[in-house]
Design a protein around this ligand. Structure first.
Ligand code: ADP
Length: 381
């Protein structure tokens, strides 16, 4: 291997995000997003990837550049098969395709991105980095649902967890911020973006996370319900006459903050709350209530909590969410400093008081850097 650059591709259902990272000097020579795939001039993922290649070539950073060491692909679902970053071969592509039923909204686009990128540069090492991988260490007691074991195993019904790249990066970055080794620290990571998930990390190893078979379980999210009694689904089907697809859409796209108050952006919700809007206030309260339940539960799971890290769009930017989530938890050893919490900054920082037993931090996530590092480590090993 010669080059020091990694192209990170995140192929979503309707967009492709890309970033070119130079692992030698930490620079990011290019990044961008191709959106609205299938709606306009960008007919499909092949056209989107072609556009990415053209945009890079226009900057003299094309896929044929000798500087390029590898491509790192974000893949949402690795099932139980993939627990590590994996060098992509034909067989690996087939295995990722077999996982499509577990992630019908995400894996197809990931696979297409991989295929197109491989066709453009067949000789270049390409690596799949799985959103589920960091959670593969979760013990059976936490990963299994309490349902008939044979049925669960036959259909792969268990908790996999997602956002793993972010939880891995943020738990390590939190240790770094505190001047500790990850092995010394028990951390609760709260990844609060449009999708949201919590994880409990013991000594650098993930032991519990809030998302499950799919990203629907757990916290209240922008448009997803998070936890709900599964019997609500039977009820909506039998009594409400809704189809499986309709309920799927309801819980994934018309629920969460958006379902509760019509807005899924925490900025807008904050603005409406300021005007005394009751629906926005209730949406916020439900969001916070669920978050606090998870903080409490993960405190019990870990036994000793050293750090709580807030990350992603809401976690990094909403002082109001952080304040409400951590309020009145002095008995847990959690004390947030109002002034520190209100400060805005793009770097990792502590927001707890000097006397707080638990360090509370805001730690910006960097999934691209994590994917690039894992990719580069694998191809340069
Ligand atoms: P994604 O899950 O799409 O990657 P992000 O992590 O980028 O999402 O988070 C997006 C969300 O972050 C927005 O929907 C919004 O609710 C929230 N957000 C972004 N900026 C702010 C801000 N300044 N204050 C409060 N919330 C914000």
């Amino acid at each position: 291997m010669n080059g020091s650059r990694v192209l990170v591709l995140n192929s979503g259902s309707s967009s492709v995000k890309y970033q070119l990272l130079d692992m030698a000097d930490g620079s990011r020579p290019a990044s961008g997003i191709v959106e609205r795939i299938g709606e306009g001039p960008v007919a499909d993922h092949a056209a989107a990837l072609k556009q990415v290649a053209d945009e890079l070539a226009a900057k003299d950073l094309g896929l044929d550049s000798p500087e390029l060491a590898a491509v790192g692909h974000r893949v949402v679902h690795g099932g139980t098969r993939f627990t590590e970053p994996t060098l992509i071969t034909d067989e690996v592509v087939e295995e990722i395709e077999k996982l499509i039923p577990l992630a019908p909204l995400h894996n197809p686009a990931n696979v297409t991105g991989i295929k197109v990128a491989r066709s453009l540069r067949p000789d270049l090492p390409q690596v799949a980095v799985f959103d589920t991988a960091f959670h593969s260490t979760i013990p059976e007691a936490a990963a299994r649902y309490a349902i008939d074991v044979a049925t669960a195993d036959r259909w792969g019904v268990r908790r996999y967890g997602f956002h793993g790249t972010s939880h891995a990066y943020v738990s390590r970055a939190t240790a770094e911020l505190l001047g500790k080794e990850p092995a010394e620290l028990n951390t609760i990571v709260l990844h609060l973006g449009n999708g949201a998930s919590a994880s409990a990390v013991r000594g650098g190893v993930c032991v519990e996370t809030s998302m499950g078979l799919t990203p629907l379980e757990g916290l209240v999210m922008g448009t997803r319900s998070g936890d709900i009694d599964p019997a609500a689904i039977f009820h909506l089907s039998r009594v409400g006459g809704m189809s499986t697809d309709e309920i799927d859409t309801l819980l994934n796209k018309r629920s969460g903050l958006a379902g509760l108050c019509g807005d899924n952006d925490m900025r807008e919700i904050g603005r409406r709350m300021g005007e005394g809007d009751r629906a926005a206030q209730l949406a916020f309260d439900i969001y916070i209530h669920r978050l606090r339940k998870y903080v409490g539960a993960y405190t019990a799971v870990l036994g000793r909590v050293d750090a709580i890290a807030f990350t992603a769009g809401v976690g990094e930017n909403s002082a109001a969410v952080r304040e409400a989530a951590m309020r009145g938890l002095t008995a847990f050893g959690i004390e947030v400093d109002g002034v520190r919490n209100a400060l805005r900054s793009a770097t990792a920082r502590l927001i707890s008081t000097e006397t707080s037993r638990v360090a509370v931090a805001v730690v910006p996530t960097d999934e691209e850097l994590e994917i690039a590092s894992q990719t580069f480590d694998l191809v340069s090993a």
